[in-house]
Design a protein around this ligand. Structure first.
Ligand SMILES: *Cc1c(COP(=O)(O)O)cnc(C)c1O
Ligand SMILES: [Zn+2]
Length: 434
């Protein structure tokens, strides 16, 4: 094979169309997200898996960058220079202390609380979406966000030199708003909930010609979440776990972890095996969990009311697909109260040294609930996805954590305080009431 032919094979895209998830109609690779000619179903990127299998091996992946771009052949971008801000390859932590507390044998935390650059899993989807936006010629990017997506879109747009305008519900946590404004995008704080923000953005997308990462670029954006599946498989030594637990907002990341595992099996990177998929929601916004428990195969929208704002989507776009995956893999979908969410944040911090936001507290609390109900077996290898960082949702735990001992800069003052700390003892973990 000549060098130039080899080169052209190595750079030919492994994806060639957008395909409707409902009716299979195909579309060109533009900024489209619904099957507008036939059934209005959601569009998804279609790949040539034979081409991927020929091009990719464990060795080629391991020789790639320490970011999501080591899996570039599985992602919908064409150019050789994706926007690489170090997103991905976050730690997979063996969580022995949490496992012991819950009575599990093999538990891991996939820690996207330390993802780069903005400390949530959203950096994965945005790195892919903005790379694709640039390829499609967009100069302004935008999003409808529950908080983390705005942080991520604003940061990565700044790095890539793209103009940025983000839309958020006006009542977000201070850390999420500040963590967007620092990058100096235009921020629209909408007086309404996320579902209203999203509806407004669909109208704006039709009039402004902007690339909305989670609207007209959604098929590309959502593929970024597959890397949560690839990384776990690679970090477990090229094998799949028995059970995963992940949070559900729109349901997208849950379905894409599943797709990521399936693709690794399809191209021969890991052996096939059953993996159970369990999903976590906050009781105050639990449309998918309610449908799961009622045995329904449709999702009835709800009005969100929970401290877990980052996963408060009342009308989840991928809800039915998440339901289907939980059911066919013999998993579960469960929800927990705001008090249990706070307790979950504290439990993860105290047992593993990981400070997660309310979404992570939700996932840990659901993990605990499923173990206690016998829905996770003690000897299943289980991976829990922690998707965001606790420093961004400080309001949630205000009043539920300890206080420092204020002392004079003198030894006797310290010794008195130490004595007092010993009589107070360390607080036992238990759900706090709010
Ligand atoms: C957006 C978000 C999710 C859920 O994402 P979906 O793909 O919409 O289900 C989970 N956790 C955090 C921290 C998020 O910001
Ligand atoms: Zn269709």
């Amino acid at each position: 094979m000549t060098q130039s032919l080899e080169r052209s094979i190595a750079t030919t895209p492994t994806f060639s169309a957008l395909k409707c998830r409902e009716c299979g109609a195909t579309y060109d690779l533009g900024p489209k997200h619904v099957c507008e000619d036939v059934c209005f179903g959601p569009l998804e990127v279609a790949y040539d898996y034979d081409a991927i299998r020929q091009r990719v091996s464990r060795e080629t992946i391991q020789a790639g960058p320490l970011s999501i771009w080591r899996y570039k052949d599985f992602l919908p971008v064409t150019g050789e220079n994706p926007i690489d801000v170090g997103t991905g390859m976050t730690p997979l932590v063996r969580a022995n202390r949490l496992a012991r507390q819950l009575g599990l044998k093999e538990l891991y935390i996939k820690n996207d609380a330390v993802n780069m650059p903005t400390l949530s899993f959203k950096d994965r989807v945005v790195s892919v979406a903005l790379t694709r936006a640039r390829e499609l010629g967009f100069t302004t990017v935008s999003c409808a966000s529950t908080g983390n997506l705005a942080n991520s879109t604003a940061a990565i747009a700044a790095h890539a030199g793209l103009d940025c305008c983000v839309f958020i519900p006006a009542d977000l946590e201070a850390g999420k708003i500040l963590g967007t404004l620092i990058y100096n995008p235009t921020v629209m704080a909408v007086q309404g909930n996320y579902d209203q923000v999203n509806r407004l953005c669909s109208e704006v997308a039709n009039t402004q010609g902007w690339g909305f990462v989670n609207i007209n670029l959604r098929p590309y954006y959502s593929e970024g979440s597959k890397t949560l599946g690839y990384e776990v498989a690679e970090q477990l030594g090229w094998r799949l776990p028995d059970h995963i637990v992940a949070p559900l907002a729109s349901g997208s990341l849950f379905t894409k972890i599943y797709k990521g595992f399936q693709e690794f099996v399809k191209v021969g990177l890991v052996d096939d095996k059953p993996v159970r998929f369990s999903g976590a929601q906050a009781e105050g916004c639990s449309p998918i969990s309610q449908a799961f428990k009622a045995g329904r195969d449709f999702v009835t929208p709800v009005k969100p009311n929970t401290i877990a704002k980052s996963i408060a989507i009342g009308n989840p776009a991928d809800g039915i697909y998440a339901l289907d995956i939980a059911r066919k893999t013999n998993g579960n979908i469960e929800d927990v109260t705001d008090a249990e969410i706070i307790a979950g944040m504290k439990l993860l911090a105290e047992t593993e040294g990981i400070f997660t936001e309310t979404a992570g507290g939700t996932t840990i609390a659901v993990l605990k609930k499923l173990v206690e109900a016998g829905k996770i077996n003690p000897d299943e290898s289980t991976v829990v996805y922690i998707t965001g960082n606790g420093l961004k949702t400080q309001e949630a735990i205000q009043g539920y954590i300890g206080e420092p001992f204020t002392i004079e800069p003198k030894l006797d003052s310290f010794e008195r305080a130490l004595e007092r700390s010993r009589t107070l003892g360390r607080l036992e973990w238990q759900p706090v009431s709010v």
